[in-house]
Design a protein around this ligand. Structure first.
Ligand code: GLU
Length: 476
């Protein structure tokens, strides 16, 4: 019988969830779903100086929004210290770890000396061979020991990475590293391994930057006599200029994309294709991702974050999604864009939002763009494009528009068909063609020279507002 796949996503709450981290979470989640496995969430919050507990909730919210729900956890390393101590004691009792009494000052001195001699500052193993007299003296002095792992003095460690392939590390480059600090806090590598063992993790899928930690972690597995998990290090996500993706490149946090009106399925689809491929297919449903995902198809080189492509996918999903759902998703944007108050946004009839979606989604790349026309559809407080009034609302046309206002006053019901019929009849009576008033009419009604179909727009704006705006035409 094969073992159940158990994977984990292990963010440190030191920053928001960014696209790189979200992709790591997604790959873990997809792998778990594909193999009917378990996806575990664990917060690595032992770094008290850098932790920001207020980020836990936004990270959870990011994962929920992306639909990457965890089956177990969230676990918090800060609540697991007794487990780390128990496992550290085991190594100590078996002679695989030892107490180190070196003070931070002593260690710093040695470090400086090594650096001055252009050597890698590795621990010299002094306390590995401490005489009992020295040890007693240190205890008497009240020194609190740290715990170090005894590692083999020479040899190589080979990581067989599921994405990177074979990577060799020379043990001469490593030292007896600390597993428990003198204040009792576990080090990063130790806590990760104890957690991965006790949580039964079968595949460690994580960011590339941790590859250098893997040999240390493998030494810990060896010391515990525990079989290794499969390691898979996911390459970095870089900006277009191949530098590290950061704020200066624009939005990078998951919730920023949400707030700009990206759909979760678009971001998931985009992130999945960021370094993973399946032929040249670009659009994947969640089910297709699960079915086709495999670690072998993750590219070992860095992936480049391309916002345009994300927006292209978003546009695709805006066109393909249920208009009712999109309509509801517009409500918060009406508030965020300063178009309506919260109460007003709640009161907009669903059908109106659905109509907006239907007539504007061909042109919108984000929900925010899709919500923007609401300014002139649902309120009277909208800007006029610079120059458009002078150019299109000449007196002659304004007269025509004012006449159209009267012709539309009696239209019942105020729907596309009836509006169009009445408009054409009025234009015929004036001996004018639609194209003579189409642009002026649009400018008078929306302040803009582009938009959706004129009659659809009129229906959405509603009779009263249409008539009022046409009557005012030219008086701007
Ligand atoms: N806590 C680490 C990070 O946020 C992840 C460690 C791991 O996955 O092993 O980068």
């Amino acid at each position: 019988m094969t073992r159940t796949v158990r994977v984990r996503f292990a963010p440190s709450p030191t920053g928001e969830l960014h696209v790189g981290g979200a992709r790591t979470a997604l790959f873990n989640w997809l792998f778990a779903r594909k193999h009917q496995g378990v996806f575990i969430l664990r917060f690595e919050d032992t770094d008290i100086e850098r932790n920001r507990p207020e980020l836990i909730e936004p990270i959870l919210e990011s994962l929920r929004w992306l639909g990457l729900l965890w089956d177990e956890g969230p676990y918090f390393q800060s609540q697991r210290f007794s487990i780390y101590h128990e496992w550290a004691d085991r190594l100590l009792n078996e002679g695989k770890a030892y107490k180190c009494y070196c003070t931070p000052e002593e260690l710093e001195q040695k470090r400086q000396r090594a650096l001055a001699a252009k050597q890698k500052p590795l621990y010299d193993g002094r306390c590995r061979h401490l005489s009992s007299q020295d040890e007693e003296r240190f205890v008497r002095e009240g020194r609190q020991p740290a715990l170090r792992l005894k590692i083999p003095e020479s040899g190589t460690i080979i990581v067989n990475d599921a994405i990177r392939g074979r990577v060799e590390f020379d043990l001469a480059e490593l030292d007896d590293f600390i597993i428990l600090r003198s204040d009792g806090r576990p080090t990063y590598n130790f806590a990760v391994v104890v957690d991965d063992i006790t949580m039964g993790i079968t595949h460690v899928i994580r960011a590339d930057e941790h590859l250098n930690n893997t040999p240390k972690q493998m030494l810990l597995y060896q010391a515990f006599g525990h079989p290794l998990p499969i390691f898979a290090h996911v390459p970095m996500v870089l900006a277009k200029d191949r530098s590290k993706l950061s704020k200066r490149h624009g939005a990078t946090a998951v919730l920023e994309f949400r707030d700009r009106g990206v759909l979760p399925e678009a971001l998931v689809n985009y992130l999945a294709r960021l370094g993973w491929s399946h032929g040249d297919q670009e659009i994947f449903s969640r089910e297709e991702l699960i079915e086709n995902f495999s670690l072998d198809a993750v590219h070992p080189s860095a992936a480049i974050f391309d916002e345009e492509k994300l927006l292209w996918l978003n546009q695709h999903y805006l066109k393909a999604s249920d208009p009712k759902r999109l309509g509801e998703l517009l409500r918060p944007f009406l508030v965020k864009l300063g178009i309506l108050s919260e109460a007003e946004a709640r009161a907009v009839p669903s059908e109106k939002l659905v109509q907006m979606v239907m007539i504007f989604r061909e042109r919108a790349k984000t929900l925010a763009e899709l919500a923007e026309p609401a300014r002139y559809l649902l309120t009277d407080d909208f800007p006029y494009e610079p120059g458009a009034v002078q150019k299109f609302l000449t007196e002659e046309r304004a007269v025509l528009l004012r006449g159209l206002a009267e012709a539309l006053a009696a239209v019942e019901p105020f729907t596309v068909t009836e509006i169009e019929r009445a408009t054409r009849a009025y234009l015929d009576s004036q001996g004018k063609a639609l194209k003579e008033i189409a642009q002026p009419c649009r400018v008078a009604l929306t302040g803009r020279t582009t938009g959706a179909g004129l009659f659809e727009t009129m229906e959405l704006i509603g009779r009263e507002r249409v008539i009022a705006r046409l009557r005012r035409a030219g008086a701007h």
